[in-house]
Design a protein around this ligand. Structure first.
Ligand SMILES: C[S@@+](CC[C@H](N)C(=O)[O-])C[C@H]1O[C@@H](n2cnc3c(N)ncnc32)[C@H](O)[C@@H]1O
Length: 287
């Protein structure tokens, strides 16, 4: 027979007290996951089976070693979606929701063809596809595991494969069918952290894929490449949206202008840092 026992939530949160600044919240997430209940139902005295308690101890042990909660749970909230997540992809950040809100504020639901460079979990494309039912979205990532995960997330979000397709491909050697079309919008949150940066937390550096984080040329090599490809893959009058580091906006704006883009603007994330720069491929651009 399964044995159950009551535990004070505060006592359970002590498992993480010296390891996580969000110990109570982390433990509540784990318990809600184990009991398949809402976070709001996790308070006071918690009844756990021996097996649930063993799983909670194991989740807390992973958290104590610095593993992010999203990887332990295998899912994360982004925009209005709940996405499957694993260590092959970056955990989508609230900063990236700023890119989504910026694109949606600029473009209505008229039919458009959009392309995302570096889809990871599929977060950006699936958020846009959900909010703009007439848009057709394609996305690439050079990680086969990321493409498999993004495709599962497309199914999980109930988005049809006629409208959203993900391909394994690299922006350094674009070879999939995405190269054969031009697009109205291109969006990307590429890797943009300088390889010499000392600002990255040990948890991020240890658990998240370096392919998703770090770039050459002081973090700008992939952004430069995407700007150059966008010139070929955007139709005249099409728009490019790029997420970047808080201190990269000016260099990104200069690069876009030097490549002939117009209407170049930067918007801030929810902490007030420059985070997303966008620009229009103007009609008179000469290749
Ligand atoms: C910062 S993550 C963004 C993931 C997701 N779009 C998001 O915002 O959460 C960058 C993504 O670019 C992919 N990537 C890195 N280099 C690439 C390349 N050369 N071609 C295609 N994708 C690449 C990584 O695998 C990673 O999934």
């Amino acid at each position: 027979m399964t044995n159950h026992q009551d535990y004070e939530l505060h006592a359970l949160a002590d498992f993480l007290q010296d390891y996580s600044e969000t110990a109570m919240l982390d433990v509540r997430y784990f318990i809600a996951d184990l009991k398949q209940c809402a976070l709001s139902d996790v308070y006071g005295v918690i009844c756990l089976s021996d097996s649930q308690m063993a799983q909670l101890r194991s989740m807390c042990a992973r958290r104590r070693s610095g593993e992010p909660v999203a990887y332990i749970l295998g899912r994360v909230s982004f925009w209005d979606l709940e996405l499957e997540i694993n260590k092959s992809v970056l955990i989508p950040r609230p900063d990236t929701e700023r890119l989504v809100s910026c694109v949606l504020a600029m473009h209505d639901d008229d039919a458009r063809d959009c392309l995302e460079f570096g889809v990871g979990s599929g977060a950006i494309t699936l958020a846009l596809a959900g909010a703009r039912p007439k848009w057709y979205m394609a996305g690439i990532d050079c990680s086969a595991d990321a493409i498999a995960l993004a495709t599962r997330n497309r199914v999980r979000c109930g988005v049809d494969s006629n409208r959203v397709v993900f391909y394994e491909d690299s922006w350094w050697s674009l070879g999939s069918v995405v190269a054969e079309k031009v697009y109205d919008l291109i969006v990307s949150n590429p890797p943009y952290i300088s390889r010499s940066s000392t600002d990255v937390s040990s948890s991020v550096n240890r658990y998240e894929p370096h392919l998703a984080l770090y770039a050459d040329d002081d973090g700008l090599a992939d952004i430069w490449r995407i700007i150059d490809i966008a010139l070929l893959q955007l139709r005249s009058g099409g728009w490019l949206y790029l997420e970047h580091g808080f201190d990269q906006a000016e260099r990104v704006r200069l690069r876009l202008k030097s490549r002939g883009f117009g209407l170049v603007s930067t918007v801030q994330d929810y902490s007030g840092h420059d985070r997303v720069t966008y620009a229009c491929k103007v009609n008179n651009h000469v290749e």
